[in-house]
Design a protein around this ligand. Structure first.
Ligand code: DSN
Length: 423
């Protein structure tokens, strides 16, 4: 059953209620290894489903364009204060609708169309909004892109420095979506200072690890920090921009009125709840366990002969290059999904295949760690991954179905917040 229950949807719109239940069951029965996903707590779920969704609040606490903000102002101020305390920053804007609008607001604050900006290229592990050509950020700015070294799979800081000094970008982004290694914020900060650029740390993937002390913090190194709130941070779908006091008003103006209208107040409340959870001692245990599980899963995959970009992981994320296994990332991801193991296909650095049919899969441990899985469960998961990929290559569909049944049975012992199979 759903927790909180959804009887009104069940009676008013059974078609949607059934689909919500199908999705909840799917989340319960699958080993969810997409590194940008998680399971939020019941408190976060409840906050996101409240009457706060009824209210318009354009502006900021104490400076709104609509009346009736007596309580919304308090909620948003609490969310901002919790973000500031948790990440050790001067300022936090909790209104961006998600990560891409947060990054767009940064460009709006610091760059003009046509200016040079710099970020990690998407196939190397960056994000669309770090200047990739199909993104508005690659179309409206002159984007220069760095990557990783072919021999190490790690960010090439010499290349970053040479590029930054040659191209003099207004803004340099560090961080991304497929980086299995620790981000060297001090090194990026010194390059940005030398080049006269503003350093932006996009910590969307690792925000929860930073909050929990399992990854170094960019605070004190990057004057601007963007993050989503729903990945390792385990909050609702949303985003934040944090900064030094110097950049606070430029960033606030860029979010509203520059880019967005009214904030999603139900999301703001859920962000506040998630930030409170992330400040508890148990969250430090969670963050440490995410990384311990990541390392254990990487070790088990290496033992089975898988090529991991950079040879392993320091965090929650593993990028597997399947070239030597003789299968593309897309058929592998689809077979794994049928086997009850959810991953996404992903380009690997220097990929010779196309982005819609790349060589790799991207896997991660935030969601399974929330379910309570620990290091000892990673070898069996690696074994199921290996068996499912071997079955996909042999087109052995019964073997894939057997794995899915084993996975379902295994996961039944690990409750998920929000839904249980008991009526
Ligand atoms: N879609 C996110 C991810 O999966 O990493 C990035 O925006």
């Amino acid at each position: 059953m759903h927790q909180p229950p959804i009887p009104e949807i069940e009676s008013a719109d059974p078609e949607i209620a059934d689909l919500i239940t199908d999705e909840a069951r799917r989340q319960f029965e699958k080993i969810r290894l997409i590194p940008s996903e998680n399971y939020v707590s019941l408190a976060v779920l409840e906050a996101a489903g409240t009457v706060l969704t009824n209210k318009y609040s354009e502006g900021y606490p104490g400076r709104r364009y609509y009346e009736g903000q007596q309580f919304i102002d308090q909620i948003e101020t609490i969310a901002m204060d919790r973000a500031k305390a948790l990440f050790g920053v001067d300022h936090a804007n909790v209104q961006p609708y998600s990560g891409s609008p947060a990054n767009l607001a940064v460009y709006l604050a610091f760059a003009q169309p046509g200016d040079t900006i710099m970020g990690m290229s998407l196939p190397m592990g960056g994000h669309l909004t770090h200047g990739w050509p199909v993104s508005a950020t690659g179309k409206w700015f002159r984007a220069v892109q760095y990557g990783v070294r072919r021999d190490t799979g790690r960010v090439d800081l010499d290349e970053v420095r040479d590029l930054a000094l040659r191209e003099r970008p207004k803004v340099i982004f560090c961080g991304g979506t497929a980086i299995p290694r620790t981000i060297d914020f001090p090194a990026f900060a010194s390059i940005a200072a030398e080049a006269g650029a503003i350093l932006v740390a996009d910590i969307a993937h690792i925000a929860g690890l930073i909050a929990g002390g399992a990854h170094p913090s960019p605070a004190g190194h990057a004057p601007v920090i963007t993050t989503t709130t729903h990945k390792t941070l385990r909050g609702p779908r949303g985003a934040m921009i944090m900064s030094t006091a110097e950049h606070a008003s430029a960033l606030d103006r860029a979010v509203f009125p520059g880019l967005q209208g009214g904030p999603h107040n139900h999301t703001t409340a859920a962000i506040a709840v998630a930030l409170r959870e992330a400040a508890q001692p148990e969250f430090r245990d969670y963050a440490r366990q995410v990384v311990a599980n990541g390392k254990a899963l990487a070790g088990a995959l290496l033992a089975r002969g898988y090529d991991l970009v950079s040879g392993g992981t320091d965090n929650h994320l593993i990028l597997v290059d399947l070239t030597s296994k003789g299968i593309g990332g897309k058929p592998a991801a689809k077979a794994l999904d049928r086997a009850g193991i959810e991953v996404n296909y992903n380009t690997v650095p220097f990929d010779t295949r196309k982005p819609f049919d790349p060589s790799g899969i991207r896997i991660g441990t935030p969601a399974i760690t929330t379910r309570g899985l620990r290091e000892e469960h990673m070898a069996p998961i690696a074994a199921w991954i290996d068996e499912a990929i071997a079955a996909a290559i042999k087109e052995d569909e019964p073997a894939i179905e057997r794995i899915a049944a084993d996975v379902r049975e295994f996961l039944a012992a690990f409750p998920m917040p929000g839904w249980s199979p008991q009526p």
